[in-house]
Ligand binder design. Structure first.
Ligand SMILES: Cc1cc2nc3c(=O)[nH]c(=O)nc-3n(C[C@H](O)[C@H](O)[C@H](O)COP(=O)(O)O)c2cc1C
Length: 399
């Protein structure tokens, strides 16, 4: 798939440098010509020999070394060859250096002299990641065209739990493939949403019964992820709050996991005021078990009944005090689709609702109707969710 493509993989000094071996291996298996460039700090974590063996190319560790001795100006010859540069993991240090335009080692010099797309996959302790200086440096790099594979929330090597864990190698490689195989600039590849802040929810919540069982639904998260991706591609700043979904994190979005309706409620409430638009595409459970058992239930009884209670209605709560936020809901109905969607729009004080049928669950395609608060209804025939995502954004921002 990547035959004929040259990818430079920059490795900097973080614990997750060992995961970069997987990235190099995956790119290599896809046929890319991979050149690894390591900072001095990176060599403390993984040996260049590992990358040389996996990439089957010399590893560049210094600007003045012998690895590319047969070219007169090695860093220029390599950066000109590159179709893509990935920095994974990207330390706070390299992000800072790139944001300041520094070129004091092989990696920064190569990046500075390249014109190809760049993907930065930061990895660091949560406190570092949330440091306003790091945030400002990232914003600066984004405005000059660097793409970010935002770090995930999870357990970090330092024992802390929070945002800062490097995006999974699989995700980073998928993003790389996207860049390397992108053909013509697409119709929707415009940057008309720069400056907009959008919160999108996606996926299906899971309500715990006991440590191994839950009540869930069939939502795949495809529609919400497609909207988040489309918005980010068009330049918006996107926070994606995701319940259960096997979709990969879209590039340049901040991904937050919220598996249950309660976790989704808390995350949405935390981020609601930072955004101009909230698009609630997640399938949030209406009911949750009244009691959550902390030990696995035994199957002793012939019959077993579970008491359920209503979950918090996130949309309704958002609709009560919008403070200028444009609120979009989704309605999935098996009958009287438009009527029920309209009713929901009014009841929850939404600005727009996207109505679709249960057959859309899990499918790559959907057929939707968009209803807005002025009672304007527009129907979109069966199309890919990626395309429909753009049409939904067009309706919010353009017409
Ligand atoms: C054990 C250990 C783990 C580290 N992990 C990280 C990390 O995950 N992210 C980060 O930004 N810095 C991390 N650092 C600090 C960087 O290695 C340090 O800032 C270094 O100067 C980065 O240099 P480089 O960006 O040129 O590779 C770590 C340091 C140590 C000693």
């Amino acid at each position: 798939m990547l035959k004929g493509k040259t990818v430079i993989v920059g490795v900097t000094g973080g614990i997750s440098a060992y995961k970069t071996a997987d990235i190099v291996s995956r790119l290599n298996k896809l046929g890319a010509n991979v050149w690894v460039v390591m900072t001095n700090a990176a060599k403390e974590f993984v040996s260049p020999l590992t990358f040389r063996t996996i990439s089957k190319n010399p590893v560049i560790t210094t600007l003045f070394g012998e690895e590319l001795a047969n070219s007169a100006v090695p860093h220029i010859s390599l950066s000109q060859k590159a179709d893509l540069i990935i920095v994974a993991p990207a330390t706070a240090n390299i992000i800072g250096k790139l944001a300041q335009g520094m070129a004091d080692d092989a990696l920064t010099t190569i990046i500075m002299s390249s014109v190809c797309p760049k993907i930065i996959a930061p990895a660091m302790n949560t406190k570092m990641w949330e440091n306003p200086i790091v945030e400002e440096n990232c914003s600066k790099l984004k405005t000059v065209g660097f793409n970010f594979c935002e770090p995930e929330v999870g357990l970090l090597a330092c024992g802390d739990e929070g945002s800062g864990r490097m995006s999974e190698p699989k995700t980073i490689v998928e993003r790389a493939v996207e860049f390397l195989t992108k053909k013509e600039k697409q119709k929707d590849d415009k940057k008309d949403l720069v400056g907009k802040k959008i919160l999108v929810t996606a996926g299906g919540t899971q309500e715990s019964i006991d440590p191994v069982r839950f009540i869930g639904n069939r939502s795949s998260g495809k529609m919400g992820y497609a909207i988040a991706k489309a918005a980010a591609d068009r330049g918006a700043q996107v926070v994606l709050i995701s319940a259960n979904s096997n979709q990969t994190a879209p590039l340049n979005t901040t991904l937050i996991y919220a598996d249950s309706s309660q976790a989704m409620y808390e995350e949405v409430m935390k981020h609601r005021h930072d955004n101009n638009v909230i698009i609630m595409a997640a399938a949030v459970a209406d009911y949750q078990p009244k009691i959550q058992f902390f030990q696995k239930l035994k199957k002793d009884e012939d019959e077993f009944s579970l008491d359920l209670k209503k979950t918090k209605d996130i949309l309704e709560e958002l609709g009560k005090s919008k403070n200028g936020t444009y609120l979009v809901g989704f309605a999935l109905e098996s009958d009287n689709l438009i009527e029920n969607a309209k009713e929901k729009l009014i009841k929850k004080n939404l600005d727009m609702i996207v109505a679709n049928e249960p057959s859309a669950f899990g499918d790559d395609y959907s057929e939707i109707s968009i209803v807005d608060k002025n009672d304007r209804i527009e129907h979109f025939c069966k199309a890919k969710k990626e395309d429909l995502a753009h049409r939904i954004l067009d309706r919010i921002f353009i017409s």
